[in-house]
Design a protein around this ligand. Structure first.
Ligand SMILES: C[S@@+](CC[C@H](N)C(=O)[O-])C[C@H]1O[C@@H](n2cnc3c(N)ncnc32)[C@H](O)[C@@H]1O
Length: 264
């Protein structure tokens, strides 16, 4: 679950020309990735072959970090924010509407939004650049690689909004709220760090409550009807949240706070 890049992986990624990463070369060039078994590593290097994506990403280079291993433990400094600035992550940010609006409302918080799909994160990055937010940065990566980019206790809050439910019976380990992922997040969160979770999927919500409970989190501000609840004031709707709401689907929401002991 916890995929760590070795120093050899990191050296290789850094020595690889950026245009090669963009061209998808690390996926397709067998010689280049001979010896690698963990194909997840390459998710961050994969990009559909749209001609103008590298140029468009380059044009917004102030808004995203490619393979930010050097930022591990130094995110505030890397984002030019004071050392006491809270650091909030969004996992699977999609087209970035939530991250951009939340960052705009809270200029004294440093936001880092992660997304694994190339064209999706490009849309988010371009939107953030157009909005001119200065406290939001993007990382094009798979969540499974988080530990390479964030140090233990470095993160104050994590948002997981409308993650894929992976509803087929054999796939629950892929859910971003599976206990294996929660253990990973638990390490990165500071002592009383929080995870804010929203979903339209009642089964995923029930599953996630159990996973949080056995993974050392206290649950708070729980609702299966966010927009009809007291927690709606100040709520920023994500793109998926708006889509589900337009179809009349209720939104579930929970805050999970890291506790000192893991209760079994
Ligand atoms: C259902 S969409 C929700 C997008 C957005 N959070 C929203 O609420 O509008 C889930 C997003 O998470 C991304 N995602 C899923 N698994 C991921 C992973 N392991 N690492 C990074 N991103 C992931 C997907 O590419 C997709 O853009």
């Amino acid at each position: 679950m916890n995929v760590l890049l070795t120093s050899k992986d990191i050296r290789m990624i850094h020595q690889t020309p950026f245009s090669f990463l963009f061209s998808g070369g690390m996926i397709t060039n067998r010689r280049m990735h001979k010896g690698f078994e963990r194909k997840d590593i390459f998710n961050m290097a994969r990009m559909r072959r749209k001609k103008n994506i590298p140029l468009r990403m380059d044009a917004c280079s102030a808004y995203w970090f490619p393979v930010p291993v050097a930022n591990r433990g130094h995110w505030r400094e890397a984002c030019c924010m004071p050392p006491e600035t809270p650091l909030y992550l969004e996992l699977g940010c999609g087209k970035g509407g939530f991250a951009i609006e939340t960052a705009r409302r809270n200029p004294d918080i440093c936001y880092v939004a992660l997304e694994k799909e190339d064209s999706v994160i490009l849309a988010a990055i371009e939107k953030a650049a157009a909005a001119g937010v200065t406290n939001l940065f993007f990382v094009w990566t798979d969540v499974i690689l988080l530990k390479n980019f964030f140090d233990d206790g470095e993160v104050d809050r994590i948002y997981i909004n409308f993650c894929d439910p992976w509803s087929r019976r054999e796939k629950p380990k892929r859910r971003l709220t599976h206990r294996d992922y929660l253990q990973l997040y638990r390490h990165l969160l500071k002592e009383d760090g929080e995870i804010h979770f929203k979903t339209d999927d009642l089964k995923l919500f029930a599953f996630s409550l159990e996973e949080f409970a056995v993974s050392g989190f206290h649950l708070d501000k729980h609702t299966t009807d966010l927009h009809g609840s007291e927690w709606d004031s100040g709520n920023v709707r994500t793109e998926f949240e708006q889509k589900f709401t337009d179809r009349g689907v209720s939104i579930c929401r929970i805050e999970a706070r890291k506790s000192a002991m893991i209760s079994k």
